[in-house]
Design a protein around this ligand. Sequence first.
Ligand code: ATP
Length: 538
Amino acid sequence: MLETNAIFGDPKQILLALSGQHHLPELLPAAVRLLAQRSTIALARIWLLRPPLHGDCGKCALADECHQRDRCLHLVTSYGNSATDEQEHWTRADGKFRRFPQGGRKIGRIASTGESMLINTLQEGHEWIVSPEWIHRQQIVALAGLPLVYRGETLGVLAIFAREPIEQSCQEWLHMIADHLAAAIANARAIEEIEELKSHLELENEYLREEVAGTAFGDLVGRSPALDTIAQQINLVAPTESSVLILGESGTGKEVVARELHRRSSRRDRPLIKVNCAAIPRELYESEFFGHSKGSFTGALRDRAGRFELADGGTLFLDEIGEIPLDLQAKLLRVLQEGELERIGEERTRKVNVRIIAATNRELRQEALEGRFRQDLYYRLSVFPIEVPPLRDRLEDVGLLAEHFLARYSRQLGRAELRLTLGNVKQLQEYDWPGNVRELQHVIERAAIVASNGRLTFDLPKPARTGSRSPKHASKREGANSSEPIYTMAEMRDREADNIRRALEHSDGKVYGKNGAAARLGVKPTTLASRIKSLGIR
Ligand SMILES: Nc1ncnc2c1ncn2[C@@H]1O[C@H](COP(=O)(O)OP(=O)(O)OP(=O)(O)O)[C@@H](O)[C@H]1O
């Protein structure tokens, strides 16, 4: 039998070269190259124990022998020398033995028992050798298999096929190499985990800072029967795991309802992550939702967790859910059904446990019926719908909300003398609030800023209601004559944007052509395109 240095080369040199390497992607290939640098070694390979990649098991030739599907051995690096062609080196890690089940075949058994194996009689033939012809042709006589164990946990297997018998002292030296590799693997994993946690925390912090800055009021204010009903519904559904769909016009308080739901749920100590589906550029949806790995597309400069992962254990609030493109709706449905996702550019499947609260100001049911929103997703989301009525249908709340906002702004502005009069409230109740609570909030803020001598005045269009409360306030307005309201320029822009959106919806998003939105609006397509851009319509 030959000494270690006759088989592998100078063992000290190899150990020294490896001890300087700690970065896994370099260390493992370097290890197999150094171990198989001499022609006495036919092949050196390393498998690591990992969860199967998405769809892996279906393609695996050894699937029938695999009884522990949570993890299997993945061949990660390989280096070898052909006996028949000096120039040929085996570096591929994608061949027949790229996966071994734990406990399956010789290599799998090393992983499951944590015990090494040394066989010096391969030429005599063993029934488990898959290709005896290869063993003979390549003059292989020995197999040394060593578990890569760190602190009692087996992380993988190192295997050496040699053309000389391997003696015991040589096997002991291989143990040292295996121990060094195992420590480096554990180290690299710990660093990866820390990096992941760090970037997760950074993202969460960034997100929370934005959220705190953006949320002025957290609780639902109001005592109308409509709000009572909403409060009861929140109490009923918050402690469950059901998805909730919040319906209502823009600015009615859907987000406040979502926050209350989260606060009263068992997930309250985990994050509530909000995604405004209308604000995401189409090409970034998938990355925003599911995350991406570094380099998976131009601009993906680092690994990034998606909103689903950020919300893991908590609640994901999908605002303006109706804006999600149809192709992404299918992917979203899969995550909701299976609780599994893959980041873009990554094969690894990740599990997430997220409760969904969605909100929309669109007629989602109608859109689902007309095929503009997936019906299966709609039914999945609308297990428990909560409808938030427009402010004009709950005038009882106007005074309370106005008081609530005034208290906030007078404190912020240091103007404790500001008071609402009954006359103020009456004037506010006469307006029909197309922008709902958000508009009321802005009106109060403006009034608080411009108030003089403690008196509030509201810059409101003339009352538009014709007696009855109706959600179709816009069409009622059309019938009005002398009491025709005056819109601010900002409101006019909003109305124009809504009108263009409607035209686009009716034209399936087409601007040009006979049935395009430009034709419907009676303008040139180029004019419409430039209005779409300047109004920020997507
Ligand atoms: N009942 C309420 N009590 C206190 N504040 C409220 C209430 N309803 C709405 N608000 C406030 O009005 C503003 C708009 O509410 P919110 O963002 O929840 O509306 P929304 O329906 O989600 O709007 P959008 O559809 O445009 O996203 C927020 O500042 C919110 O705090």
